[in-house]
Design a protein around this ligand. Structure first.
Ligand code: ZN
Length: 274
């Protein structure tokens, strides 16, 4: 049973500031280690539940945060970028389930540490077929394209609640209670690592007993709507083939499936800020 562990950094235990997730800053070294430990805890938990193949994707920034020398040796690591599936690189139809580690709430959320969608300075909102999503939704939809469900999420209480609301009965590991964008009541890794391990195990067990969330399958064709933070970004993004401007900040396009929507989304963001 193959499990994809999709890791981000803003939802890692103890993180409340951008600086803690940015290589140029002193505190980053601590939190990339904790991120690696959280991924290891998820691998151990998934193995406790019966999984025997582990693929990790480093989904934060340029994808070079996880310390491979400290990564559980049972795992293979998708590192670097830009890769074909970005935060879901390594996903394929043989994958049994996905674990989201260190995830965060969508842009604009209240009581949500570093809540954003893809790019905090660039994107105000993203919708898939009129449904507002964050990265948890975009990435779950890529998994859903392959028929694969998300089994767990770790992060603050708002990230976990949003994922459950959209995706169904995931197992959740709330590693911090956010009280603002830059503030949270955080638990020690001595508490959160065993919590993540147990949550991953439960997620895999639910898959085996048939009570896990269903794969998040977005109906085709897929309409994706992007609201940028600056009108000049929409000016540039709308030049992509098939894109339509719907107001000062928004563009939309409709494509045949979720993979095309995902690729188109990334291309639009890139085009918008080139
Ligand atoms: Zn991130």
């Amino acid at each position: 049973m193959k499990i994809l562990i999709a890791a981000d950094m803003e939802g890692v235990s103890g993180v409340t500031r951008w600086e803690e997730t940015e290589p140029a800053h002193n505190e980053y070294a601590r939190f990339r280690r904790i991120m690696t430990e959280e991924v290891n805890a998820a691998i151990t938990g998934a193995a406790d539940g019966g999984a025997n193949e582990f693929v990790v994707v480093d989904g934060h920034g340029d994808g070079t945060n996880i310390l491979i020398e400290e990564l559980d040796q049972r795992a293979r690591l998708n590192s670097g970028g830009s890769s074909p599936l970005s935060m879901m690189q390594g996903m394929n139809p043989e994958t049994a389930g996905v674990l989201f580690i260190g995830y965060h709430a969508r842009a604009g959320s209240q009581n949500a540490v570093l809540a954003h969608t893809w790019s905090s300075g660039r994107i105000a909102n993203v919708w898939l077929n009129e449904v507002l999503v964050g990265e948890y939704g975009l990435n779950a939809a890529v998994a859903g394209h392959f028929g694969v469900p998300v089994l767990m999420i770790s992060g603050d209480q708002t990230a976990c609640a949003q994922a459950v609301e959209l995706l169904g009965p995931l197992e959740t590991a709330v590693v911090k209670q956010a009280s603002g964008y830059f503030s949270a009541e955080c638990l020690s890794p001595k508490v959160t690592l065993p919590m993540i391990r147990k949550t991953a195990e439960l997620g895999v067990l639910r898959l085996k007993d048939g009570t896990a969330a269903r794969p998040f399958i977005v109906q085709t064709p897929v309409k994706i709507t992007i609201e940028f933070r600056q009108p000049e970004a929409a000016d540039r993004a709308v030049r992509l083939p098939g894109a339509k401007r719907t107001d000062g900040l928004r563009i939309e396009f409709t494509v045949q499936d979720m993979l095309a929507a995902h690729t188109g989304f990334r291309a639009a963001v890139k085009q918008a800020y080139d």
